[in-house]
Design a protein around this ligand. Structure first.
Ligand SMILES: *[C@@H]1O[C@H](CO)[C@@H](O)[C@H](O)[C@H]1NC(C)=O
Ligand SMILES: *[C@@H]1O[C@H](CO)[C@@H](O)[C@H](O)[C@H]1NC(C)=O
Ligand SMILES: *[C@@H]1O[C@H](CO)[C@@H](O)[C@H](O)[C@H]1NC(C)=O
Ligand SMILES: *[C@@H]1O[C@H](CO)[C@@H](O)[C@H](O)[C@H]1NC(C)=O
Ligand SMILES: *[C@@H]1O[C@H](CO)[C@@H](O)[C@H](O)[C@H]1NC(C)=O
Ligand SMILES: *[C@@H]1O[C@H](CO)[C@@H](O)[C@H](O)[C@H]1NC(C)=O
Ligand SMILES: *[C@@H]1O[C@H](CO)[C@@H](O)[C@H](O)[C@H]1NC(C)=O
Ligand SMILES: *[C@@H]1O[C@H](CO)[C@@H](O)[C@H](O)[C@H]1NC(C)=O
Ligand SMILES: *[C@@H]1O[C@H](CO)[C@@H](O)[C@H](O)[C@H]1NC(C)=O
Ligand SMILES: *[C@@H]1O[C@H](CO)[C@@H](O)[C@H](O)[C@H]1NC(C)=O
Ligand SMILES: *[C@@H]1O[C@H](CO)[C@@H](O)[C@H](O)[C@H]1NC(C)=O
Ligand SMILES: *[C@@H]1O[C@H](CO)[C@@H](O)[C@H](O)[C@H]1NC(C)=O
Length: 389
């Protein structure tokens, strides 16, 4: 593996050489981090870089977290991409020192040291969502996977370590995430309009992603659309150049879409978030190049008004359209195997932004662990290291 170009090395400042709380000494004195230490031992240059870094927060998976990884179906497969290990570790290092006390019940989206464009196209570094839920300091990563801090605020010379109970998931592409979230109608529409590479490879996108039910409800209006018209409608769901996490969306925010027309954000007195008249039912699904918010209606560039007063759910923007029995654009599609984490729907910022009546609609029940193929790709190498390959 090449470490010469590792961005970590670019971090300024050097920790005091000998002290009882260097990174090495701190890792060595925490029995719960022995697996991480073993794992890092296979990447001495990375340890060297982290040891000399200043002002970082390390989310350190516990032995139990590694154990679960090694025992998952994911742990049985080997990844062929050695850069993935480095990317995954970089994703566990936050840029800045964040003590547990700084993480409140208002979500913040903290950049990590993962900036390699093979793994992320979020300018400034891929982020994790940090939020206090009850008494649990929680970090959300790709596919809405959550990790909980078990031991907070382990100080070392370069910053602070929080021990977490699960290995983070690297955010996946928009289309892989859409399939995992059962947004198969959206996926089919994006494929049918040849927009897959646009949504996956354009940096810094915010995407409002209608649920299957949203497409189904206006099926009659979709049936006779030309590809150009469908592409124009889809483009009205995509904001280029702004990654709009919930923390940055305020009541009255307007966002220009790829279609050219604007979207308007409304946040009502209950904290429910609407985009035009559609409700955001699951916010902040992190993807490789930005963020996806799942909504309960398809947006129309010809119907840009906000929600009805006191609306408890979104309103269809295609007047006169009727529903169809088959989910549009899904004919012939394979059944998705990877799923987003359903336990997080209604958690985090969603607790204020998601209405309980609809929050489950777009998110499938989890039938197993994180999809084997994706997780294997993400975790195969570390698991193999743990397994002694
Ligand atoms: C490190 O700890 C040892 C014993 O625990 C102590 O004797 C030594 O002074 C400490 N060194 C520093 C630099 O704090
Ligand atoms: C991980 O930790 C467990 C429990 O401390 C230990 O039994 C196991 O050998 C460790 N594995 C590695 C690869 O260090
Ligand atoms: C920390 O440990 C790594 C390997 O485990 C080693 O390469 C590095 O020099 C050590 N750093 C310090 C500051 O002792
Ligand atoms: C950390 O963030 C600062 C801005 O807050 C930026 O200047 C710096 O390059 C970032 N460091 C890394 C390693 O990404
Ligand atoms: C630590 O990093 C954070 C985030 O990049 C930055 O806001 C802060 O100024 C840095 N603090 C120091 C002491 O460098
Ligand atoms: C980032 O964008 C480039 C093209 O600009 C693309 O090759 C790369 O695959 C993208 N990265 C991810 C993780 O999707
Ligand atoms: C949080 O911790 C406090 C004190 O330990 C306890 O009284 C309270 O019940 C806990 N709250 C939750 C939601 O677990
Ligand atoms: C994720 O959140 C759920 C619901 O709060 C919780 O039951 C679960 O233990 C969390 N998972 C992890 C790995 O922390
Ligand atoms: C860790 O560092 C913070 C901030 O520098 C400090 O407030 C806290 O007391 C330290 N904790 C320990 C256990 O030394
Ligand atoms: C997104 O914005 C960038 C910067 O303005 C521009 O270069 C790029 O062409 C835009 N992408 C699309 C798909 O419009
Ligand atoms: C994607 O579109 C192509 C035609 O452009 C079609 O052959 C293929 O079946 C579609 N795939 C899915 C999964 O819908
Ligand atoms: C995915 O969406 C379809 C259509 O709305 C629904 O029938 C199916 O049950 C959903 N699958 C899961 C796993 O939730």
């Amino acid at each position: 593996m090449q470490f010469k170009t590792l961005p970590l090395l670019a971090l300024a400042g050097y920790a005091a050489a000998q002290s009882n709380n260097t990174l090495n000494a701190t890792l060595a004195s925490n029995p719960d981090l022995s697996n991480l230490t073993t794992f890092l031992g296979t990447n001495p240059a990375l340890v060297q870089a982290l040891s000399s870094a200043q002002n970082i927060t390390i989310l350190a998976p516990s032995n139990q977290a590694f154990n679960e990884l090694a025992n998952s179906s994911a742990g049985l497969a080997l990844a062929s991409d050695p850069g993935l290990v480095t990317a995954l570790l970089q994703y566990h290092v936050l840029n800045g020192t964040y003590s547990a006390a700084q993480i409140t019940n208002t979500s913040v989206f903290i950049p990590t040291l993962l900036t390699n464009s093979s793994y992320t196209n979020v300018t400034g570094g891929q982020v994790v969502e940090a939020v206090l839920i009850g008494n649990d300091t929680t970090f959300y990563s790709g596919l809405l996977q959550n990790a909980t801090v078990s031991t907070a605020d382990v100080n070392f010379t370069g910053g602070v370590i929080h021990i977490i109970d699960s290995v983070l998931t690297l955010p996946l592409t928009v289309t892989d995430t859409a399939l995992a979230a059962n947004l198969t109608s959206l996926y089919g529409a994006v494929n049918a309009t040849d927009l897959i590479s646009t949504v996956n490879e354009t940096p810094d996108l915010t995407i409002f992603a209608p649920s299957n039910e949203a497409f189904q409800a206006i099926g009659s209006a979709l049936a006779n659309l030309s590809t150009t018209d469908l592409a124009s409608i889809l483009a009205y769901h995509v904001v280029n150049g702004t990654v709009g996490y919930s923390s940055g969306l305020e009541n009255g925010t307007t966002l220009q879409t790829l279609n050219g027309a604007n979207l308007t954000i409304t946040i009502d007195g209950n904290g429910t978030v609407f985009v035009n008249a559609a409700e955001v039912v699951t916010p902040n699904v992190l993807v490789a190049n930005g963020v996806v918010h799942i909504i309960d209606n398809v947006l129309s560039p010809n119907a840009t008004e906000g929600p009805a007063p006191s609306a408890t759910e979104g309103t269809p923007a295609f007047t006169g359209a009727s529903s169809v029995s088959d989910v549009p654009f899904t004919s012939g599609q394979p059944t998705p195997t990877t799923q987003v984490n359903p336990t997080s729907a209604g958690a985090g910022p969603a607790s204020t932004a998601v209405s309980s009546s609809t929050s489950g609609a777009a998110v499938p029940m989890r039938t197993g662990a994180v999809g084997a193929v994706q997780a294997a790709a993400l975790f195969g190498v570390p698991a193999a290291v743990l397994m002694g390959y």
